[in-house]
Design a binder for this molecule. Sequence first.
Ligand code: UDX
Length: 458
Amino acid sequence: MKITVIGTGYVGAVHAACMADIGHEVLGVDVDADRIRALASGRAPVHEPGLDEILARTLASGRLRLSTSLADAAAAASTHFICVGTPQRSDGQAADLRYVDAVIDGLAPHLRPGSLVVGKSTVPAGTAVRLGARLAATSPGTEVAWNPEFLREGSAVEDTLRPARLVVGVASAHAEAVLRAVYAPMLRAKVPFISTDPTTAELVKVAANAFLATKISFINAMAEVCDAAAADVAVLSAALGADPRIGPRFLQSGLGFGGSCFPKDIRAFAARAAQIGAAESVEILNEVDRINLRQRRRTVDRARELLGGSFTGRRVAVLGAAFKPDSDDVRDSPALAVAVAASREGADVLVHDPQALDNARATCPELTYASDVPKVCDDADLVLHLTAWQEYRKLNPASLAEVVRTAVLLDARNSLDPQPWWSAGWTVCVPGRPLLSPSALPSTSASSGRGGEQCMPS
Ligand code: UDX
């Protein structure tokens, strides 16, 4: 099939490359000429496992081509995917739809009757219906459908080629048939295909993100309760997750969620619900957001406490800048938020990250960066573990203890094994878990809930 993908950022670049890889003739379109030039020479806009190889393959085969023109797009195909961003509006919590609207307005004069425009961007419920009417006004015989994207950064290619489900919101049998043809290899592989109306499809995406964000904030709220009750959230989480009705995923307590999706999507959902008279139904999302942002403040408070009450003149080593591991994305990164807060309170902050240093430097030039963990920890009064990279689990606590000034670790991600750090003489503080200090009596197991006072007694 011939298709176009308009917007070649995270979602669009991956979608365009993967659709070409499964055999379609794809034209990727973006207003950003630099991005199009980079893509045409095989350079992906983001660090994403597998994407470079697929780009090289599909560009070489000629199945992926690129352009900056919407007129080219309209001429190249009759099925167009919209993958432009829907950021948070600068004047409030709602989604900014100007880029989606601009694509519709730019395409409208060029489209032929029978064309299908398929939105993948995350949008407020009702957007597809509104855009369909807007498009039909200037371009009769055309249609808008919605096919939300569920890909996660770090596994975007895999999530696109082998999705857990496909959801399409369509207003006609023709639109459903087109989308079944686009995703034919996935349907042959028995990926569930859920066909519904466009508004329900839009809601599936925001409701899925809202549910996952709620699960994360729930376990973080439980970590707060564990701190107050002198209990252990790691054991609590494992025990909750063992119930098949609950399940263990997205039940990892820590510094909370960040990135380009969850925070803005739950706010946009709440804003849209208020517009349509359903504010009360999603009031929980405001609390989810508050709990999430509170984890950053609590981490800063704990760090200050561990430093004896003040950051001023103290050296703080930060492990992690990306919003999550296996990503170089620092957008709304909880790790950077904590690092900046410590720096603003007078700490000398040195940041390490395996992939995100360039993006972190560009976003927070006031911090100091280094690509070597021992260098970052040199003479540190406190080590903050803020992004759960696998490589941090392989660190040698004994050799790091020799380079720091004071062997105190705050594992805000609750993802390091505390026992080897403790054995190597470190004080280990994990939110929601008992404090392990060298003076405390050894416990038989770090997850037993014994062996020390709580990280920050309330
Ligand atoms: C998310 C959704 O998963 C995806 O379906 C949607 O399309 C875009 O938003 P992504 O932002 O890439 O994807 O990251 P994800 O892996 O879902 O993690 C989101 C955040 O939650 C990260 O900051 C992560 O560190 C945090 N998280 C995740 C936790 O704090 N605890 C957990 O148990 C899981």
